[in-house]
Design a protein around this ligand. Structure first.
Ligand code: PMP
Length: 441
């Protein structure tokens, strides 16, 4: 039976049979609240009738036409909608099949931009030690997630890492958020100067970090400072919103809350909402023009890019997210989740931090709250929480990771945007029980 190479070998998994709204049901009839949207994927809920209808209509007409020969209404309409919703300055869209592909394409766009404009010496990528940008080699080399990188070293060269904006662990107790943001921005500038500004291609960052730390947003004016430094040194700013974009944090794009526009922005997960594998790269006119006026092509491509059924699904998902009531619910339920978690877990000796934006929330667990001492990694607290939560009918996204040599157990919560108050309360109750049970094990 078990012919699939699963990510964790030898761990039996329940078989998902059906899903509706915020619930997934397995073949044994057990129902789970999808408290993390899988990995922050499920945005408009499971089985949304409008998305299913849009997919059916597309399937009945056309499932595939290679983008070397044709474009499609579905792909064109999706691009049009994304550009309309995106911050000013992101004018074109490249459609791919997921997050890693989006980041990989973004890196190659940045590189080709400098080659087309006669600056081939710009080749270095700077990113942050805490970030995860995907599993393909370029994206993996760019990310700083030590655990995901370690088996594959040496990765691709010419990537460099600076400190994350991670106030819980790194901001001095007498340091203001502004001073902290300035310190980190200075570190980025020092790295650019060390490498030689004329050799740096791009700085890559997640506005709200997801898969390494569980919903860590930046402090004060960190990203405004980063934007300024990138501009001063001619470095492209790539924001990876694969996890935090598409309404997840309460605005369509997370960077809106940081008050900046990147040169390139990647989205995936919530864009397809789990209905189809799809990702997108949004790019500035300057980058597009460098290709159009240069070689006349973007030297990249995947067989399934711009897939019409994926585009039709995403087009409807984005339309639903863009309705005012959807983001209003993300913000209202996000606030309820934060305050409910604080009430339930805020006094726990094992909870160091509860954080995030919108329906993108993280909990950091510690063995000693005063000292912020992490649990012994060998205890695998995060894996126990995942199992304990599933046994209580809740899907959550716990993770363990090492940042700057410090191990941490984190839980990411990212339910569908359609979640209601009673379901938020159930989520809080069950994750609290799961954390207590995991620590007691
Ligand atoms: N970037 C970020 C910020 C992510 O969180 C992820 C996935 N967790 C990726 C890229 C890679 O996306 P995918 O798994 O769809 O390839």
């Amino acid at each position: 039976m078990a012919r699939i190479l699963h990510r964790s070998i030898g761990q039996p998994l329940p078989h998902a049979a059906s899903a509706q709204g915020v619930y997934i049901t397995d073949t044994e009839g057990r129902r789970y609240l999808d408290g993390s949207g899988g990995a922050a994927v499920t945005s408009v809920g499971h089985g949304h009738p409008e998305v299913l209808a849009a997919m059916r209509a597309q399937i009945d007409n056309l499932c595939y036409a290679h983008t070397g020969f044709f474009t499609t209404d579905a792909a064109e309409e999706l691009a049009e909608q994304l550009v309309k919703l995106a911050p000013d300055g992101l004018d074109y869209v490249y459609l791919v099949s997921g997050g890693s592909e989006a980041v990989e394409a973004a890196l190659k766009m940045a590189r080709q931009y400098f080659v087309e404009t006669g600056r081939p010496e710009r080749r270095h990528i700077i990113a942050r030690r805490q970030s995860y940008h995907g599993n393909t080699l370029g994206a993996l080399a760019t990310g700083g997630n030590a655990m995901r990188r370690q088996q594959f070293q040496p990765l691709l060269p010419q990537t460099h890492h600076v400190s994350p904006c991670y106030a819980y662990r790194d901001k001095g107790s007498d340091e203001s958020p502004e001073a902290y943001a300035a310190r980190l921005a200075d570190e980025l500038e020092a790295k650019i100067l060390e490498l030689g500004p004329e050799s740096v291609m791009a700085f890559v960052a997640e506005p709200v970090v997801g898969a390494t730390l569980g919903a860590v947003a930046s402090e004060a004016d960190y990203f405004k400072r980063v934007r300024k430094i990138c501009d001063q040194h001619g470095v492209l700013l790539i924001l990876d919103e694969v996890m935090c974009g598409m309404g997840r944090t309460g605005t369509m794009f997370a960077c809106e809350q940081d008050g900046i526009t990147p040169d390139i922005l990647t989205v995936a997960k919530g864009l397809g909402g789990g209905y189809q594998p799809i990702g997108a790269v949004l790019l500035s006119s300057a980058i597009f023009d460098s290709f159009a006026n240069g070689s006349g092509l973007f030297q990249h491509g995947h067989t399934y890019l711009g897939h019409p059924v994926a585009a039709a699904a995403a087009n409807k998902v984005v339309e639903i997210i863009a309705r005012p009531e959807t983001l209003a619910n993300v913000n209202a339920m996000g606030a309820r989740l934060q305050s409910g978690l604080e009430a339930a877990l805020g006094a726990s000796p094992y909870v160091g931090d509860i954080r995030g934006r919108g329906l993108f929330r993280g909990i950091e667990l510690v063995a000693d709250r005063e000292q912020k001492t992490p649990f012994d990694p060998a205890r695998k607290i995060h894996a126990k929480i995942k199992r304990q939560a599933m046994a209580r009918g809740l899907i959550s996204y716990p993770m363990g990771g090492t940042i700057d040599g410090v191990y941490g157990d984190h839980v990411l919560l990212a339910p569908p945007y359609t979640i209601q108050a009673d379901e938020i309360d159930f989520l809080i109750e069950r994750i609290t029980q799961a954390i207590d049970a995991a620590i007691a094990e």
